[in-house]
Design a protein around this ligand. Structure first.
Ligand code: SAM
Length: 300
């Protein structure tokens, strides 16, 4: 997993990349969705079927139905909204940003009813981790999140109450947050739920490094693998200056930038961490199942 930006580069990349931060911590999510749509931000949408597949693998491996998911960098609960309903990101863009969209008005009662009417599934519960406390409050008020941790875990330790909110997790997920959140955050979150041995599935935008997070998770005896086939578009480059800076950083790190150069989109790599035996089941699960099926057919 070498060859990606580490902490020395992180600040420079953050400085060069588009700054969404003004929309992160508002009472309402409209500005965030407007900014995301303007840059065709799509990682949550692209990640949804991959998360669903990994949830299914996890359920099979652990023989469990109800899942507790920790979303690191949960923002306004976008992953929870997508994964607990049949909605896709375009549905959310339309609901929030169309003048007559169901979520266009700033009326909490309407927002809550909208998600309730989507039949929010309750076999997947979400706990959000994000210092953008207004965004987390919004997601909590709407019932998208079960609990939220709004301390900045880059610098703060968890309180007893926060630790108990994170305990017994099944899977940690993250989109669009690696770079802001580093191994400091992931280690604190993981440690709070380590007894249930959760898996970790995260998308890291190029060229942010996952090496530090993988090393922190190794200390909990998790093995991390980049799942190349699950690399996905995150969003468009915002400006030619940003494009140049990101391509330069990728070149310096020896990263394959063919997709970025040709498509005009920045991609995110997908990483999965799990205890060793389970990881191999996960990464080769399809083959294993297919072989098993063939064996059964032969013996039947
Ligand atoms: C680009 S947004 C991604 C939000 C959401 N996961 C998505 O993909 O739509 C980045 C999020 O990271 C959050 N963030 C920034 N610093 C963080 C930290 N230290 N720990 C956790 N989240 C952080 C921001 O508040 C923001 O909500």
């Amino acid at each position: 997993m070498s060859g990606q930006a580490s902490s020395a580069e992180r600040g420079r990349i953050q400085g060069a990349k588009y700054d969404f931060t003004a929309s992160y911590n508002r009472r309402w999510p409209h500005a965030y969705f407007r900014e995301c749509l303007a840059l065709d931000y799509m990682i949550t949408d692209r990640a949804k079927p991959i998360f669903e597949r990994i949830f299914a693998d996890y359920r099979r491996v652990r023989n469990k139905r109800n899942l507790k998911i920790i979303d690191v960098g949960c923002s306004y609960g976008v992953n929870a909204a997508l994964l607990r309903t049949d909605l896709d990101l375009d549905d959310l863009y339309a609901a929030y940003l169309e003048p007559s969209g169901s979520l266009s008005r700033r009326q909490e009662i309407e927002h809550r009813a909208f998600f309730r009417n989507q039949g929010l599934r309750d076999d997947i519960q979400f706990v959000g981790v994000d210092p953008s406390f207004r965004a987390v409050r919004y997601a909590l008020d709407l019932g998208l999140l079960e609990a939220g941790v709004t301390a900045d875990l880059e610098t703060c330790d968890l309180t007893v109450k926060e630790r108990s909110a994170l305990a017994d997790a099944d899977i940690l997920i993250s989109t669009g947050c690696v770079g802001y959140a580093t191994e400091a955050t992931f280690a604190r979150v993981y440690e709070a739920s380590a007894t249930s041995r959760p898996w970790v599935v995260a998308f890291a935008m190029h060229p942010f490094s996952y090496d530090g997070i993988a090393a922190a998770l190794k200390a909990f005896s998790l093995e991390t693998e980049p799942l190349k086939r699950f690399r996905q578009r995150q969003r468009r480059f915002s400006t030619s200056t940003e494009r140049q800076a990101i391509l330069q950083a990728m070149a310096k790190l020896g990263m394959d930038d063919r997709l970025e150069r040709t498509s005009g989109y920045i991609y995110a790599s997908c990483y999965i961490s799990a205890p060793p035996g389970e990881r191999s089941e996960l990464c080769h699960g399809r083959t294993a199942r297919r072989n098993q099926g063939e064996t059964q057919r032969q013996s039947g």
